[in-house]
Design a protein around this ligand. Structure first.
Ligand code: GDP
Length: 367
């Protein structure tokens, strides 16, 4: 079978739009699901998760994603009780622009990992845009044909509610639950636009960037920041008449990477070409990832990075809590618009307006 993109008439590589989410075939399905999802006690969830019960895991993840306070209360207790059983995994972040071939690649990478390295694989996603686009398909089961029916895989689309910080936190908490349920390989998919890569980077042991070969000047299109956080770069769609272009792009990336400062890990990121669709060199890409993990485990950087991430998440949680507390405060809410107008009208500087609001807030919470 020849992929359309390998057709001789095909010019360069395009970014294809993904497919639309399908309509629910049976409108009663969601109702039935709701009825089935009765709440259990935190201990019941924990017991189910530790036994590797995927239904219990799924339901607990739903509570993690819920914004209802009573769900959050249970979820937080479940997370806390699962925490001692978590951590024993390899977490890989996979990023790329829409059309780069993330879903196709994750399907291929996942099968390779399960077959060659064993274990159980959970595929999660961070996609803060999914609320706007009404159900993005990142992590959608139907896009990962082989993994979605594999008995040792668990695929969960991105939590869809809230800010990037909120979505990322939920994904991180979901990682803990998955690990407690025995999933020792975690893939976190994220769309390579905006800030979500940084959030993803802050929860994985290896950050893999999927790129496409283009017209030769692709390096210019890449934000410096994302190159700096990549632990490895892979050029997808190196098949058919794209192989040479992909190799050329790879050498550009290799040259560019040498100009960056040495990463903290002490390992210069590798660059590989592969084809997720045709399963070419997928084994090499996974070997690159797992060799890196072996090296950093030996050097101690693996644990160092996890510790740094744990600290980062503590501060992130504090920041988010403080911010929410401030903006949800009734008095502050009622004053924000006026303050904004005062700044726009030139009656107050931004700093004075901010200072006044904060003063009011601190007075409020002191009672
Ligand atoms: P995502 O949006 O990053 O998840 O990308 P998809 O996995 O949905 O892939 C986008 C398009 O690229 C689809 O038409 C795929 O069939 C195609 N594609 C993905 N991987 C490859 C590959 O290795 N080679 C070729 N030729 N096409 C691919």
């Amino acid at each position: 079978m020849v992929h359309p993109e390998n057709n001789a008439e095909y010019e360069g590589l395009v970014v294809n739009a993904g497919v639309d989410q399908q309509e629910i075939v049976n409108p009663y399905l969601s109702r039935m699901r709701k009825r089935r999802n009765r709440l259990f006690t935190p201990d019941e969830y924990v017991e189910g998760i530790l036994k590797g019960d995927v239904t219990m895991l799924s339901q607990a993840v739903t509570l993690v994603e819920s914004t209802l306070p009573e769900h959050q209360l249970i979820a937080q207790e479940v997370i806390e009780k699962c925490l001692p059983y978590s951590g024993n995994s390899v977490r890989v972040g996979i990023s790329g622009v829409p059309g780069a071939g993330k879903s196709t690649s994750i399907d291929a990478f996942g099968i390779e990992v399960l077959e060659r390295y064993g274990g159980k694989l959970a595929v999660l996603a961070i996609d803060p845009s999914s609320e706007k686009t009404k159900g993005s398909i990142l992590g959608d089961k139907t896009r990962m044909e082989r993994l979605s029916v594999h008995p040792k895989s668990f695929i969960r689309p991105s939590p869809s509610a809230g800010s990037l910080g909120g979505v990322a936190r939920k994904t991180r908490e979901t990682i803990i639950l998955c690990e407690a349920a025995g999933f020792d390989r975690i893939f976190v998919e994220t769309v390579g636009v905006g800030q979500s890569e940084t959030a993803c980077h802050s929860m994985v042991d290896y950050f893999l960037l999927i790129q496409l070969a283009g017209t030769g000047d692709e390096l210019q299109g890449i934000k410096r920041g994302i190159m700096e956080i990549a632990d490895g770069i892979v050029i997808n769609k190196a098949d058919g008449n794209n192989v040479d272009k992909a190799e050329l792009a790879a050498s550009h990336f290799r040259n560019a990477l040498h100009l960056f400062p040495m990463p903290e890990s002490g390992i210069i990121p590798e660059v590989q070409c592969y084809s997720g669709f045709y399963d070419l060199n997928v084994d090499k890409v996974m070997k690159m990832v797992f060799d890196y993990i072996d090296k950093v485990k030996e050097s101690g950087y693996f644990q160092y990075r996890r510790n740094e991430q744990a600290k980062y998440w503590m501060y992130e949680s504090i920041n988010e809590h403080l911010r929410n507390n401030f903006y949800y405060n009734a008095k502050i809410k009622s004053m924000l618009k006026d303050a904004e107008n005062a700044v726009l009208g030139g009656q107050k500087t931004s700093f004075v307006a901010a200072h006044d609001l904060l003063e009011t807030y601190f007075m409020e919470i002191r009672g």
